[in-house]
Design a protein around this ligand. Structure first.
Ligand code: C5J
Length: 222
């Protein structure tokens, strides 16, 4: 067992039963010129998470942790896109429409794919999810169960939407989650702070929060 200094208290994990999950580090959310920026967001707030996440990813690969990536997106025919998600925001250019990097959040399009810096290695599962949570309408739970995973170390974007939703879903399914605060990002600093506070509130109601330095230190000793 390894121990990470975390909040609200230390997080204990066995590398053999712990997976690194990197959520939605897709060009359309993170890269300049993508959908996120086209909506008026400052992508540098998300890009801050790339370098520490890359360090965690490299260390996890060296240590042999299970690594899982997710992408938010839809089938080309949009048959898995609920009407409420399609119309929400009253956007002129929304999901399925032609955006700056191909059809927005459609699988197979350039903008939908994971950024080059965090490209999945061969053999690392990529979970394509139509919703915000990575467990909704995916085989993630079965995959984790089959690999004997009990704990998740979570990185990705955005902290208050897909990261938070996934952590809540995971918690309800019995997985302990450690969120690395410098490896998650939000377009809204106030949401970043609040979303992290929510996870570790009330004795860790949804999980634990630490940072990449403390996690890497613990992994190095494991
Ligand atoms: C994610 C979103 N990945 N904010 N999506 O958080 O719509």
């Amino acid at each position: 067992m390894a121990t990470v200094q975390a909040e609200p208290y230390e997080f204990e994990f066995d590398p053999a039963t712990t997976a690194l999950m990197i959520i939605d580090m897709q060009r359309d959310f993170v890269d300049p010129g993508g959908f996120g920026e086209a909506l008026g967001n400052d992508v540098s707030l998300l890009r801050k998470a790339i370098a520490p996440t890359k360090q965690v990813l490299d260390a996890a690969r060296r240590r042999g942790l299970v690594v899982i990536h997710t992408r938010e997106g839809h089938r080309a025919d949009l048959s898995d896109l609920p009407l409420n998600k399609k119309v929400r925001g009253r956007l002129k250019t929304g999901i399925g429409d032609k955006g700056p990097m191909g059809r927005i959040l459609v699988r197979g399009e350039y903008g939908h794919d994971i950024i080059d810096e965090l490209k999945p290695a061969s053999g690392e599962p990529v979970v394509d999810k139509p919703g915000k949570g990575a467990f909704h309408a995916t085989d993630l739970d079965a995959m984790l169960h089959n690999k004997g995973i009990r704990r998740l170390v979570v990185c990705g974007v955005t902290t208050e939407v897909c990261v938070n939703t996934t952590v809540r879903e995971a918690n309800d399914r019995g997985y302990d989650c450690l969120v690395l605060e410098d490896c998650v990002g939000s377009y809204f600093p106030e949401f970043q702070a609040a979303a992290l506070k929510m996870i570790k509130a009330q004795g860790g109601i949804f999980g634990w929060v630490s940072d990449s330095t403390r996690f890497l230190e613990a992994l190095g000793k494991a």
